[in-house]
Design a protein around this ligand. Sequence first.
Ligand code: GLN
Length: 255
Amino acid sequence: MTGRTLRVAALYPERLNIYADRGNLLVLQRRCAWRGIAMELVPVSLGDRLDPDAHDLLYLGGGQDRDQRLCAEDLVATKRDAVHAHAARGGAILAVCGGYQLLGHRYALGPDEALPGVGLLDVSTDRGDARLIGNVAIEVRLPRPGGDGAPMEPRVLAGFENHGGRTVLGPDQQPLGRVLEGHGNTGTSGHEGARSGNVVGTYLHGPLLPKNAWFADWLVAAALDVDPDALGPLDDTLEDGAHRSARRAAGLPAG
Ligand code: GLN
């Protein structure tokens, strides 16, 4: 993979970075560096223009409601079309928790206030009474990047969730995965997250990628449109240990 560059834009990194979601970017950086892939990381903040052709991967972390409010208005006002154009040409997006909610149609904070979303994922979120908190594990079946998109073997994503929002999927919107342990989108639907092509929204913090290195590789492969196997193996002894411990924390066998 030497000679390739992964171009990443982090949207609102100073505001959407709860639970050290920035750790996800560090994982991408390190795994790329170990493979000779350069990674360009561009912060795109309030008021900044987002170039729809300049990035392979957009990243949005989670945020408190007050930060989300500022970002929601800005995202819809200044970046909505670019986010859609990026996704339409196959660009990858990882959006965690608050960021996930902003990719949907809206996040209703109460009867009188709803934050707008960009409507890239067919999901809508309402704030519930209690927060859904705890370790979570889901089973996902992702398409293989870089080819015909045939489904890969089912894999487990393990992480941590803490959200007041309940996210409901539209009739044709596929979830990211099936809840094995934890709450997921609503606490009762059995679904976690949402995915359309290379656009992924999820409630899993953790941060997500340090606990699921295989998924970091899927994202890099999807963003570069190559088969994940073409990235080449790494010594994942520590990463596999982190994954096993996150699975155990969620109540699954270590696997
Ligand atoms: N503020 C949102 C909620 O509570 C998102 C929280 C988060 O990103 N952890 O649902």
